[in-house]
Design a protein around this ligand. Structure first.
Ligand SMILES: [Fe+2]
Ligand SMILES: [Fe+2]
Length: 180
C-alpha cells in the first residue's frame, strides 16, 4: 500500500489532467464548435464516482487525524470539509447538467458551460489550497504510522479511470487523456 499522501497527490495530478480535458470541450461548446458530449458525460460520471467516494473522504479522515493528534488545523484546512460537501453538490449539478445536455431535451449550452466552468474553478482553487497548505501540514503533523492506520480504514476502491483496470465506460476518456 503506497503512502496515502502519495495517492492523494496522484489523484490531484489526475484531476488536473481531467479538468484540462473538460475545459477544452467546454471551450469548444462555448465557441459554438462540436464538443464531445460523450466525453463530457463520462467525466461528470467519474467525478461522482471516485473523488466524492474516495478522495474527499480520505482527506476528511486526515483532517480528523490532525485534530486527534492535537495539531489544530489552520482555518484554511478547517474549511476544506465544508468545501468537500460543496464540491460534491456541484458534481451532482454538473452530472445533471451533462445528462440534460446530452439528452433530447437539450439544456441550453451556455447554461451547461457556466455550470462546468464553475465546477472547474471551484475544484482548481480547492486543490491549490490543499497542495500548498493542507498536504504539507498533514505530512508534518501525522506520522507514517498514523497515515498507514488511516489508509487501512479506507474502502478498497480501485480508481475506475486511472486505476489498475480502466472500466469500459471510461476507456475512450482514458485514451483521450493519454493522447494529451
Ligand atoms: Fe479536498
Ligand atoms: Fe484533494
Amino acid at each position: 500500500m503506497p503512502d496515502i499522501m502519495q495517492v492523494l497527490a496522484e489523484d490531484h495530478a489526475n484531476m488536473r489532467a481531467l479538468m484540462q480535458l473538460l475545459e477544452n470541450e467546454v471551450d469548444k461548446m462555448a465557441n459554438g464548435g462540436r464538443a464531445d458530449v460523450d466525453m463530457i458525460s463520462a467525466v461528470a460520471e467519474y467525478l461522482l464516482e471516485y473523488p466524492d467516494r474516495f478522495h474527499h473522504p480520505v482527506e476528511d479522515l486526515l483532517i480528523e487525524g490532525m485534530r486527534a493528534a492535537g495539531a489544530v488545523p489552520a482555518s484554511s484546512v478547517d474549511a476544506l470539509e465544508a468545501e468537500h460537501r460543496r464540491i460534491s453538490r456541484l458534481a451532482g449539478e454538473l452530472h445533471e447538467a451533462a445528462v440534460a445536455v446530452t439528452s433530447e431535451q437539450t439544456m441550453r449550452r451556455d447554461a451547461f458551460v457556466e455550470c462546468a466552468r464553475h465546477y472547474i474553478s471551484a475544484l482548481g482553487r480547492h486543490m491549490d489550497i490543499e497542495d500548498t497548505d493542507f498536504f504539507p501540514r498533514a505530512e508534518e503533523s501525522l506520522s507514517a504510522e498514523v497515515r498507514a492506520a488511516i489508509a487501512a480504514r479506507l474502502p478498497d476502491l480501485d480508481d475506475p479511470l486511472f486505476g489498475t483496470a480502466t472500466r469500459d465506460r471510461y476507456r475512450a476518456l482514458s485514451e483521450a487523456l493519454l493522447a494529451e
